[in-house]
Write a protein that binds this ligand. Structure first.
Ligand SMILES: Cc1ncc(COP(=O)(O)O)c(C=O)c1O
Length: 407
């Protein structure tokens, strides 16, 4: 009789998943009912369903000459480059007031490419405590000698960290070694806008040799904030102070020419992957044309109106015991955090009534800061917001054992 084969790998995978189930942190892919109301996606301007966007995109596709390749032929450095891709990069760079642009296949790839390659051996990375997983991955792969975090969006903490670095590292003090300051302009989970101007002032004060380089991820600002949706950096006129800006709306980054060349030579997430094919390029081009022509201004304004409306409606819910419910919202941000000790329950109640919101759990957000993330879009309506707030109100007013909720 043969003994049953042991399969240590599968056992280990199953254990890991079981562990997540026990900790209520097991992730699952879900699909959405098309009739549900979107209060979750990052499609802030609702461009993905805009008839104007669709018509322009299809016309770009139709205008391609016969036999124009619709699929990508390889990586950018081999057969995946095209005059179309290069023209699009110039268009994006000019929209973002940058000398050059470089397309990556995703924002994740851009962050990994930038942060794994630009810091040179021994350089220092100083990053906000809440930067995205893609930036963390890039930093993990980098050759930087030191990586330190500062408190989320806190200029005082940045200053303290930088002063310590300068004190301990003579090469930084002398300007022979660079310090990369890695931040986002709008944080994906809290929706707050970073104090970029204050950060620049801190860097100028502490790194007096000009060896501080900002890498800013504008993923959640592009389209939604700034002039014509160009982002927070342009709103503040800080383009010249940012070394690299990552705009995931177009999966592109804005940078200086030599930085672009360096990335083309060294960023593995650009070099060793099949480039975006023509339909993807055409869709990015469509979005940037609409932004540049001011076609999205109305959508941006509508979105801001809805942000003000939801903010007021949530405030009307009144103060609650914060372990039950509280709202975190940064002015003008389309992202709201509904904090609760039971975010999954609140999200499930909203979803049952057709409102797509997501519970965001640790480790995506720090433990103890779990929440329901609500994201507004230009295509949402006040009636939809009323509906969502009504469901939240119903959930708050439900009979609870303790009945201690309302303050
Ligand atoms: C702040 C931030 N940067 C980068 C990314 C990755 O962008 P992409 O979805 O284009 O890979 C995301 C996406 O979740 C993000 O939230």
């Amino acid at each position: 009789m043969t003994t049953p084969q042991k399969d240590p790998l599968r056992t280990s995978l199953r254990h890991a998943l079981h562990h997540r189930t026990l900790r209520s942190s097991r992730r699952k892919l879900t699909t959405l009912s098309p009739s549900s109301t979107d209060f979750s996606s990052n499609d802030f301007l609702s461009l993905s369903t805009s008839p104007v966007y669709r018509a322009r995109f299809l016309s770009h596709l139709h205008s391609a000459p016969p036999l124009h390749p619709f699929a990508s032929g390889g990586s950018r450095l081999l057969d995946g480059n095209s005059p179309y891709a290069e023209a699009l990069e110039s268009q994006i760079a000019s929209f973002h007031n940058a000398p050059t642009g470089l397309l990556f296949n995703s924002g994740f790839d851009a962050n990994v490419g930038v942060l794994s390659t630009l810091p040179q051996p021994g350089d220092v990375i100083v990053h906000d405590a809440l930067v995205h997983a893609s930036a963390r991955e890039g930093m993990r792969l980098s050759r930087a000698g030191t990586r330190v975090e500062f408190e989320h969006s806190c200029p005082r903490s940045l200053e303290a960290v930088l002063r310590k670095v300068v004190e301990e590292d003579e090469a930084v003090r002398d300007g022979g070694r660079s310090v990369f300051i890695v931040v986002e302009s709008v944080y994906s989970m809290d929706g707050d806008v970073a104090p970029l101007r204050e950060f620049v002032e801190v860097v100028d004060r502490v790194l007096t040799r000009g060896n501080g380089y900002f890498v800013v991820d504008e993923a959640h600002a592009t389209g939604a904030l700034g002039p014509k949706g160009a982002g927070v950096v342009q709103e503040l006129g800080l383009e010249g102070r940012m070394f690299v800006r990552v705009h995931t709306f177009g999966k592109a980054l804005a940078s200086h020419g030599d930085t672009r060349d360096y990335l083309v030579n060294y960023a593995k997430s650009l070099i060793y992957t099949t480039a975006l094919g023509f339909p993807f390029l055409a869709s990015i081009r469509t979005a940037y044309e609409l932004l540049a022509e001011g076609e999205t201004q109305l959508l941006q304004d509508t979105l801001q109106g809805l942000v003000t409306y939801l903010d007021a409606r949530l405030q009307d819910l009144g103060p609650w015991d914060p372990t039950i419910f509280s709202v975190d919202h940064f002015p003008n941000s389309p992202i709201f955090s509904l904090r609760s000790a039971v975010p999954r329950e609140l999200a499930a109640v909203c979803q049952r009534d057709g409102f797509i919101v997501r519970a965001i759990m640790a480790p995506t957000v720090p433990a103890g800061k779990e929440r329901v993330r609500v994201c507004l879009h230009a295509g949402n309506t006040m009636q939809e917001i009323d509906g969502l707030v009504g469901v939240i109100q119903g959930w708050l007013n439900r009979p609870t054992e303790g009945k201690v909720a309302r303050l």
